[in-house]
Design a protein around this ligand. Structure first.
Ligand SMILES: [Zn+2]
Length: 417
């Protein structure tokens, strides 16, 4: 305990986060498959201008993908709609990886009132996606999703393998993505503090301040994306008509009514992050039997010695002082009919630690180096004193975060092809 207090004090002085993780150190490679990183809410990837001077993966600690490439890994960082629903993000991920036009689906786009097609990616983000090697074997990918990137990669994998019945039924030039049968493209899925069962912070009835904050972000973004600043950080909302398609300039149709419609619909990141939205996504998403699943979770709160209540640790990103305290003291015992017990109070700033373990109803077991199984969540030990943006390297110890991602990639790369 004394060691931890000293470590926390040192981190406060040095302005960096400290955390503990030491579960795995891969010595041998089992495969050379590329890694595709998928960011979380309001995030970005290598297509965005902001990534050139402030990478999502290594925001202040140095470019993590570049570091991993120096370690011999082939890394790509996808860039999906920062405020878009998991469905829209999964469709965008497919188009980027395959190098094609985003197809949100005939049935989906009609149901949610937006354009069926999005922007076109002339070149595939990952050149080997869906391709075979010299032996005729598929060159798979390892997917890593942070926060909302978790549900994105899970839905992506599910659609890739099982397709979507509604889209197939809708006919009319169905995208290959919705036809299914391509689950063999994926080797592993790793989620990093993904709110598999939702985040209490998205409970807008309990936290009106967070609702105001989310609205503000949507409005600011909607305005900025209709200016020449758009190439720096793009909300990717042209299919809703909020902005123009990238090649058409910056004459979008910023519309407050449209933003309200999006925020109140089921086709937005905000809904997917609620406990109810996550439960609905979990019903739709199926696991793949031949894919390895890993989940990392963390916590960054401590128990007050006198009150017994939970509080954010001093090293937590100050951004989370809006979201963490309400989760620490959450007192409802159910939400939309879903039981919420006191374990939900332990959090990393915005996601409850238990929500990041695995989706309710899916098979799981604690990580066991000697017995890794496919088609089941291998739940990694909880990382302590590690907040939600530490995964991005926001004021995180640069050496430790590099070590962390080396272990994450090393684990997936050690698995047999
Ligand atoms: Zn949509």
């Amino acid at each position: 305990m004394l060691k931890k207090i000293i470590a926390v004090l040192l981190c406060v002085i040095l302005g960096v986060s400290s955390f503990s993780l030491s579960v795995f150190a891969a010595e041998e490679k089992g495969n050379d498959y590329p890694f595709v990183f998928v960011h979380g809410l309001m995030g970005w990837g290598e297509y965005q201008g902001i990534d050139k001077f402030m990478p999502y993966w290594g925001t202040t600690s140095g470019d993590i993908p570049k570091y991993l490439e120096k370690q011999g890994y082939d890394v790509y960082t996808a860039c999906v709609g920062g405020a878009s629903s998991a469905w829209d993000r999964a469709c965008e991920l497919y188009a980027q990886l395959a190098g094609t036009t985003v197809d949100y689906g005939e049935a989906h786009s009609k149901e949610h009132g937006h354009s069926r097609y999005g922007r076109t990616y002339d070149e595939p983000l990952c050149p080997t996606f869906g391709k075979t090697d010299e032996n005729g074997d598929i060159i798979k990918i390892n997917l890593i999703g942070h926060s909302m990137g978790g549900v994105t990669v899970r839905l992506f994998a599910s659609l890739l393998e099982y397709g979507d019945p509604a889209e197939k039924k809708a006919g009319n030039d169905v995208s290959d993505f919705f036809k299914g049968g391509k689950g063999e493209y994926i080797h592993s899925i790793t989620t990093l503090s993904a709110p598999h069962n939702g985040s209490l912070a998205a409970d807008k009835d309990t936290y009106p301040i967070i609702n105001i904050m989310v609205h503000s972000f949507y409005y600011i973004w909607g305005i900025l994306d209709n200016t020449p600043l758009r190439p720096i950080w793009d909300i990717q909302m042209e299919h809703f008509g909020l902005t123009d398609y990238p090649d058409d300039g910056f004459e979008g149709d910023f519309d407050m009514e449209l933003i309200e419609t999006m925020l109140n619909s089921k086709d937005s990141a905000y809904y997917d992050l609620t406990v109810k939205g996550a439960a609905e996504a979990n019903e739709r998403i199926k696991m793949l039997d031949d894919v390895y699943y890993f989940s990392y979770s963390s916590e960054c709160v401590f128990e007050g010695p006198i009150t017994g209540n939970l509080y954010p640790e001093p090293t937590m990103n100050p951004l989370f002082l809006l979201t963490s305290p309400p989760i620490c003291s959450y007192d409802r015992d159910e939400l939309f009919g879903i039981a919420i017990d006191e374990n939900w109070r332990v959090n990393d700033g915005i996601v409850s630690t238990n929500s990041a373990h695995h989706p309710d109803g899916e098979p799981y077991k604690d990580y066991d180096d000697n017995n890794l199984e496919k088609g089941i969540w291998n739940v990694m030990p909880v990382m302590e004193s590690f907040d939600h943006t530490d995964y991005m390297g926001v004021f995180t110890n640069p050496i430790e975060i590099r070590k962390f991602y080396k272990e994450v990639c090393g684990l997936a790369a050690s698995l047999p092809a």
